[in-house]
Design a protein around this ligand. Structure first.
Ligand code: WQD
Length: 336
């Protein structure tokens, strides 16, 4: 079976390619390298000792997409490609709506033309918005998101739902991620965004290697046990395995629309992450408590029971594993 992975050189995409190859899927990647490097292809091949077919370019490029589908019999698509910086999306909404929506609509149209109607979409817990309960379940109605980035995820879920209802021969799996962190144990692939990171773990890593002077914990006056926000952190390898389970399940159960939470089901606070990171890596992090960050919710985490029930998937790696693997990756990156 051959899977097209859009954005396959990215953080979650590259880890998913590794798990697909380990399960003897053939992998084709399209990536415009706007937020990744072509060397990731070599590292995926190094980890798996398998070959990957790589096409550099934009998913909006119809001519390129048609060439990919003409040159490869694609059995399914996992769609990661898209802009994903929450803060940037607030400053540049048109760029986010145009890129994320246009690329998805073009992809779906070309897939339909080639009678390839099996897609797994990289969605996000952000589509839940503010719910009554912090434990998110798939039957909850999507609410107002906190950024144009989040709204593109909601819109794409809606586009795919409407496509399914117009043609139920499609098989569509919407995967809602919680907070992905960590890296492959080899230390060859991981997350190392350019510039000042928005997300917690990449920021911690830059402080740990001395690239940034100090972490600010945004708020310690929330109604939580230690006053800091609670999130559902998931090891990126567990997340990648969730995609493998989803595409495998989809190939065996055609003509369905599924939505799954991919999270651990456990909430962990920012302070607990910092303390765990220091303990497992035997270091002291420079940090202070600062003001709350606008838009942050005090607490949310997944109800992951549907993915376990239907996909047989659940997280296996601990917060300790996430902190250890993340640091191992950044140390190897900076040693180069
Ligand atoms: C986690 C916690 C911060 C940085 C975001 C996106 C969401 C999804 C996952 C893609 C919060 C605190 C952070 C820092 C801090 N991405 N923090 N100091 O906001 O839960 O979700 O990433 O789908 O769409 O919104 O993740 O890592 O930014 O923050 O104290 O320097 O860490 O306040 O409580 P978040 P995050």
């Amino acid at each position: 079976m051959k899977i097209l992975v859009t954005g396959g050189c990215g953080y979650i995409g590259s880890h998913t390619c590794v798990e697909l190859l380990n399960e003897n899927y053939e992998v084709v990647i399209i990536d415009n390298l706007s937020n990744s490097k072509e060397d990731v292809v070599n590292r995926i091949e190094q980890i798996t000792n398998k070959k990957v077919k790589f096409y550099e370019g934009n998913v909006q490029d119809e001519t390129l997409l048609k060439r990919i589908f003409e040159e490869n019999k694609i059995d399914g698509v996992i769609h990661f490609a898209g802009y994903k910086a929450v803060g940037e999306s607030v400053k540049k909404p048109l760029m986010y709506y145009e890129n994320n929506l246009e690329s998805t609509i073009t992809l779906l149209r070309i897939m339909n033309d080639f009678d390839c109607k099996n897609i797994v979409f990289s969605s996000s817990a952000t589509v839940y918005g503010v719910q009554e309960s912090p434990k998110y379940v798939e039957t909850m109605t999507r609410k107002e998101t906190s950024s144009p980035y989040g709204t593109t995820k909601s819109m794409i879920e809606k586009i795919m739902e409407d496509l399914y209802y117009s043609d139920p021969t499609w098989t569509i799996s919407l995967l809602r991620y919680f907070n992905p962190v960590g890296a492959h144990s080899s230390g060859l692939i991981g997350e190392n965004p350019n510039g000042i990171p928005n997300n917690l773990m990449p920021y911690i890593l830059k402080v740990a290697i001395g690239e940034l002077p100090e972490l600010t914990i945004f708020g310690n006056d929330y109604e939580t046990p230690d006053g800091t926000c609670i999130r559902d952190y998931i090891h990126v390898v567990d997340l990648a395995k969730g995609h493998l389970c989803a595409i495998t399940h989809a190939l065996d159960n055609k003509g369905k629309l599924h939505t799954y939470n991919l999270g651990s089901g456990h909430g962990v606070s920012v302070k607990e992450i910092v303390d765990t990171f220091e303990r497992v890596n035997n270091l002291k992090l420079n940090y202070k408590f600062g003001a709350r960050r606008e838009g942050d919710l005090p607490e949310f985490f997944a109800d992951p029971s549907l993915a376990l029930e239907e996909l047989g998937w659940k997280t296996e790696q601990s917060i300790e594993d996430m902190c250890r693997d993340a640091y191992n990756f950044i140390i190897k990156e900076t040693e180069k």
